[in-house]
Design a binder for this molecule. Structure first.
Ligand code: HEM
Length: 255
């Protein structure tokens, strides 16, 4: 619930928005395809609901000190159109929840399976930033996004004609054995700073600092309070874009 509370409070949403945002966020990531798949169609329906809600938002319904109100302020000053301001609200909300939720649950799952790594983190919490990168490298909550190739291009002898689609598999690049020695190994002392779980280049994740901050506050607090995590039950969820759990049950041994 941490990312939900943090983001909806920062944006300044009403209770209705807060209540629905979680199911909307996961649904929107299903809307990215593949075409005609049942999950995609239900995702598109959910995305429409979210758009209707966001389009109907008025500045009076938002916390005057939140990011949402700041966007309306920018529209008033003519810096962006009102349409863009509302579209940007979606950029704050849709990509910020399930991504971070899956990253934090992935972290706890990994630590429950690798007690020695949790001990290392507890002994030296300065390892937390590195641990976050290592978790993101291995869990890669967004598995892939696509791009349209704008001009004919050859990469490693593979021809990619203009107007074709390329799928960028972040999770795959993050396990590239040419870059990471023994890539399946979870090692919080590894320098995985150059992972691509937040993408790369022009469209690099706009919320990565917030996501890192949320994960770091959570891990700092847990490191003080929890000696050991015990995995009770876990099942992966199916989503067209995301990698994460539909259910993760962990028992925590208090410090
Ligand atoms: C661990 C958590 C997160 C992960 C793994 C993640 C992952 C990503 C990835 C892979 C992209 C690149 C998309 C591309 O190349 O096309 C991206 C873009 C983006 N993310 Fe995140 N994200 C996370 C958290 C957040 C948060 C908390 C926010 C907002 C508060 C956010 C907002 C955005 C936005 C607006 C973009 C689009 C940037 C652009 O197109 O210029 N993300 N994210």
């Amino acid at each position: 619930m941490l990312p939900l509370t943090v983001v909806t409070e920062l944006v300044g949403l009403s209770d209705e928005g807060k209540a629905n945002m979680l199911s909307w966020a996961a649904g929107i990531f299903n809307a990215f395809g593949p075409d005609t798949h049942q999950r995609t169609l239900s995702g598109v329906a959910i995305m429409q609901q979210a758009f209707v809600y966001l389009q109907g938002l008025t500045r009076e319904s938002l916390d005057p000190n939140g990011w949402g109100a700041a966007l309306f302020g920018a529209a008033d000053r003519g810096e962006v159109s009102t349409e863009s301001a509302k579209a940007m609200l979606m950029d704050y909300l849709a990509p910020s929840l399930d991504t971070t939720i899956n990253a934090t649950s992935g972290a706890i799952w990994l630590f429950s399976r690798h007690f020695e790594q949790w001990q290392k983190l507890k002994e030296d919490p300065r390892l937390i930033p590195q641990a976050i990168d290592e978790v993101l490298r291995l869990e890669s909550p967004i598995r892939a996004f696509s791009r349209v190739i704008t001009r004919d291009y050859v990469l490693d002898g593979i021809e990619m004609p203009a107007n074709s689609w390329a799928l960028m598999l972040y999770a795959c690049a993050n396990r590239d054995e040419r870059r990471y020695v023994d890539p399946e190994r979870f090692d919080i002392e590894r320098n995985a700073r150059d992972h691509v779980a937040f993408g790369y280049g022009t469209h690099l994740c706009a919320g990565m600092h917030l996501a890192r901050l949320e994960m770091s506050v959570l891990l700092e607090t847990l490191a003080r309070r929890i000696d050991r995590f015990h995995l009770i039950d876990a099942s992966r969820g199916l989503n067209n874009t995301l990698w994460g759990f539909s259910r993760l049950e962990i028992a925590a041994e208090a410090a």
